[in-house]
Write a protein that binds this ligand. Structure first.
Ligand code: CTP
Length: 227
């Protein structure tokens, strides 16, 4: 017996919409050889890009240091550091209906040095803050629906999720639980999907299931805005 999953009907409720997804984690150069990175696997962002595509959206994926070979009929913009991600975002945002910012963006970057720092000068790093790309782009929005992410420890999930929703000018945020470092590289996720007037608890589920739940909430809110 063979089951053809691809023949299971998926609602085309994102047809006609342009969806921009960022996924992966940025790398900031320390020198020409080394970088500061993070543990983001890109799995959640990739799952969202694929789910949006399956629901009929035209998808652009800004991919920071991840393998995108499993995507299909998706525009890929490969970036490495925060500055490149910022530039790609600026390029794509105006023609986007829905931005989903799943990438783990560095909060700080080294003041980069050319060549290779020698061991005796490698005792400390000078860091500068990176701009908050979401907060910045949400100020320039026309009609775009904007979804952000927050990685938090359990006790802070709701409070920090709500704070970042407001501070970054978002329509929806997924505050995911990083307790015990279990989110990174994992296939499972848990946390809260928070908008201004609803909070949905997400109990441990596959990142694919979260992707489809998140898009359900987006579609519901887009439809209620349009009536
Ligand atoms: N983000 C961003 N630009 C940055 C840092 C983060 O756009 N320089 C985005 C991430 O893509 C994510 C959201 O902001 O969607 C939350 O990131 P997070 O690091 O949790 O938020 P911060 O405001 O940096 O707060 P914290 O002090 O908790 O790190």
């Amino acid at each position: 017996l063979q089951v053809f999953n691809s023949q299971v009907a998926v609602p085309q409720d994102l047809a006609g919409l342009k969806v921009l997804v960022t996924a992966g984690g940025t790398r900031e150069a320390i020198d020409d050889v080394r970088f500061i990175g993070n543990r983001s696997s890109g799995k959640q962002g990739l799952a969202i890009a694929k789910a949006a595509k399956a629901r009929g959206a035209e998808v652009t994926l800004i991919a920071a240091n991840i393998d995108t070979s499993s995507t299909f009929d998706t525009k890929i913009v490969a970036v490495s550091n925060t500055e490149q991600l910022q530039a790609a975002l600026k390029n794509e945002f105006a023609s986007t209906d829905l931005l989903i910012m799943a990438a783990a963006v560095s909060d700080a970057r080294p003041i980069a040095t050319e060549g290779k720092v020698k061991k005796d000068q490698y005792k400390q790093l000078n860091l500068e803050e990176t701009p908050d790309l979401l907060a910045e782009i949400s100020k320039s929005r026309a009609k775009q629906f904007i979804v952000g992410f927050a990685a938090e420890e359990g006790a802070n999930l709701l409070q920090e999720g709500n704070r970042k929703l407001a501070a970054k000018g978002l329509d929806l945020i997924y505050a995911n639980n990083i307790e015990d470092g279990r989110i990174f590289g994992s296939d499972k996720t848990s946390g809260y999907l928070i908008s201004k007037d609803s909070t949905i608890e997400i109990e441990k589920m596959n990142k694919e299931t979260l992707a489809s739940k998140l898009l359900d909430v987006v579609v519901e809110r887009l439809n209620s805005h349009n009536v």
